[in-house]
Ligand binder design. Structure first.
Ligand code: TPP
Ligand code: MG
Length: 546
């Protein structure tokens, strides 16, 4: 069934579903990526899913189930279709203190769309189909299948079963619900009448593959676009109508543009705290319209003048077909204002982007990535400072470049990048992470080497988690004690050397001029590469403006 759904990789820590693995080896070409931890296995499946739009599969035996559940939380927050399979309790022995066993099912409840137990072997086919259906439809998200037996031994039993699959659910989105015309027209009328409208495009646009329609509509009507962090690749940063990522981990020009708008059009975004900087960008009460595939999302945080239910790509296409381009005239001065906001931002931050300082300023890494990441690359970014630096300072240059990011978990990006590389082996994968983020799953360097998952990982290495510095400054009343730094710094580490010891290529970079040659060497290599960039622990990313 997995092969029938087009699954190419599963990510796991043994021992779970052993018979399944034996059959997989006999009957399919599915690669079984055997990892160093269940959480990183889940992150790999998540990266695989976000890079390809295909459900990512991860597995754990009963004792690893909660580690796997922890790893599903980011997929849940980012609406990523991950299918987790675990071993679980046997009705014959439960409540008898079986080795390693607790009731795991409740822990999967808050982070899955579907959370079920398979107790009879004949239920495997329909439950697997339901898992793919649930993971990929509506707003996508994780599901959990618990197989009877701590290692899922139910898979060793035999029965007559029909194992047909539904390839429609092998990829997001299986359906493109079209909008009701009158709702679409009402939203379009408001957009066309507006003098200072702006579109906030979220992860729902990227999931629907709606980028071409979004850009075409923005160009036809001359409406500027900002994105959520999850939707950063909906429009290249270099596009003249792009004002950047809006919200908390954002670019100043985006927040300023949204707060000057007379109409905000949310598309495929939860309008959550990060994207709206806790509902200050835009302020609640700003005239708003919203387009979403989930009816319950419409109007959750902003009172709406119009709401449209449907697939983002389908709604944008129908708006484009009905668009009156002549209406763009009334937005000429607004577009000039956006151009000025863009220019102001570059003028203000160019000195940092082009900084020649040593230790290196992280903004300079972002700038080098903007210039040198290939046109077909997938960029994978961690959270915290990594999310701030890259969200604000990095520009996608081409619509063919992809960008996926941690929805909040430090340490997500490196394993997610391995999953992205598994899903898209022909595309370069470039990961940006801090050192604290990289430490989490550093053991997976060995996995990357063993399974030839040749991603390029750039570590912004300041020997600490310096995003935390500001918070501790506050907690200590502005003056951290000597010991306070123990709470957010580590011993100095050379990750390039560690990577080499594990069989990867390690490149240590200590001067800004070495970044571009290191990237060129890494992108041409036939092994995983860790570029260890020594950076300034004093560099703090700009915070959001309102
Ligand atoms: C799972 C998890 N735990 C804790 C945090 C809180 N957190 C955010 S950033 C950060 C430190 C980041 O350090 P590093 O990756 O080295 O980046 P830097 O700030 O140094 O650039 C921490 C601990 C988090 N985001 N996720
Ligand atoms: Mg750090």
């Amino acid at each position: 069934m997995l092969a029938g759904y087009g699954v190419t990789h599963v990510f796991m820590v043994p021992a779970v579903l052993r018979r399944t693995f034996a059959e997989m080896e006999r009957r399919t070409n599915i690669a079984r990526i055997h990892c160093h931890g269940e959480k990183s296995a889940a992150y790999m499946a998540d990266g695989y899913a976000r890079a390809s739009g295909k459900p990512g599969i991860c597995m754990a035996q009963v004792i690893g189930a909660l580690n796997l559940a922890a790893g599903l939380r980011d997929a849940c927050l980012a609406h990523s279709p991950v299918i987790a399979m675990t071993g679980g309790r046997d009705p014959k022995t439960k409540f008898r203190r079986v080795y390693q066993e607790v009731d795991d099912v409740p822990a999967f409840e808050p982070i899955t769309k579907m959370n079920v137990t398979i107790d009879d072997v004949t239920r495997i086919p329909d439950m697997v189909r339901q898992a793919f259906r649930t993971a990929t439809t509506g707003a996508p998200g994780p599901v959990h299948l618990q197989f009877r037996g701590n290692e899922g031994q139910i898979d060793a039993e035999e029965a007559e079963m029909e194992s047909f699959v539904e390839p429609q659910f092998a990829h997001v989105p299986p359906f493109r619900p079209a909008p009701e015309q009158k709702h679409m027209q009402a939203a379009l009328d408001l957009l066309q009448k507006a003098v200072r409208p702006i579109i906030v495009a979220g992860g729902g646009v990227r999931a629907s593959g709606g980028q071409p329609e979004l850009i075409a509509l923005a160009e036809a009507l001359q409406i500027p676009v900002v994105t959520s962090l999850n939707g950063k690749d909906n429009i290249p940063g270099v596009h003249p109508l792009s004002a950047g990522v809006v919200g908390s981990y954002s670019r100043e020009s985006a927040n300023r543009a949204v707060n000057r708008a007379d109409l905000v059009c949310f598309i495929g975004t939860e309008t959550g705290g990060m994207t709206t900087h806790f509902w200050a960008v835009p302020k609640i009460g700003t005239p708003a319209i919203q387009i979403d595939i989930e009816a319950e999302a419409l109007g959750r945080n902003y009172p709406l003048a119009a709401s449209v239910l449907g697939d983002a790509k389908a709604v944008l296409a129908s708006m484009l077909a009905a668009a009156d381009k002549t209406s763009s005239k009334r937005r000429e001065s607004w577009i000039e204002e956006i151009a000025a906001l863009r220019a102001d931002w570059y003028a203000k931050y160019n000195p940092l982007l082009e900084s020649t300082g040593v230790p290196i300023h992280p903004a300079r890494i972002c700038h080098e990535l903007t210039r040198h990441v290939p046109d077909d690359a997938i960029v994978v970014v961690d959270t915290g400072h990594a999310g701030m630096w890259m969200g604000g300072m990095y520009d996608l240059r081409a619509p063919s470049q992809s960008y996926i990011r941690s929805a909040g978990h430090l340490g997500w990006a490196f394993p997610a990048g391995l999953g992205a590389k598994a899903a898209c082996p022909q595309r370069p994968v470039v990961v940006f992470t801090g050192d604290a983020g990289f430490w989490y799953h550093i053991g997976e360097v060995e996995t990357a080497v063993r399974w030839k998952l040749n991603s390029v990982t750039v570590v912004n290495n300041n020997d600490g988690g310096n995003q935390s510095k500001r918070g501790f400054d506050r907690a200590y009343g502005g003056e951290q004690t000597e010991q306070a730094r123990e709470l957010w710094t580590y011993s100095k580490m050379n990750f390039a050397r560690l990577a080499e010891d594990m069989g990867a290529i390690g490149i240590r970079v200590e001067a800004p001029s070495e970044i571009a040659p290191a990237l060129a060497r890494a992108l041409a290599a036939d092994r995983p590469v860790i570029i260890d960039v020594v950076t300034d622990i004093g560099a703090l990313a700009p915070t959001a403006v309102t």
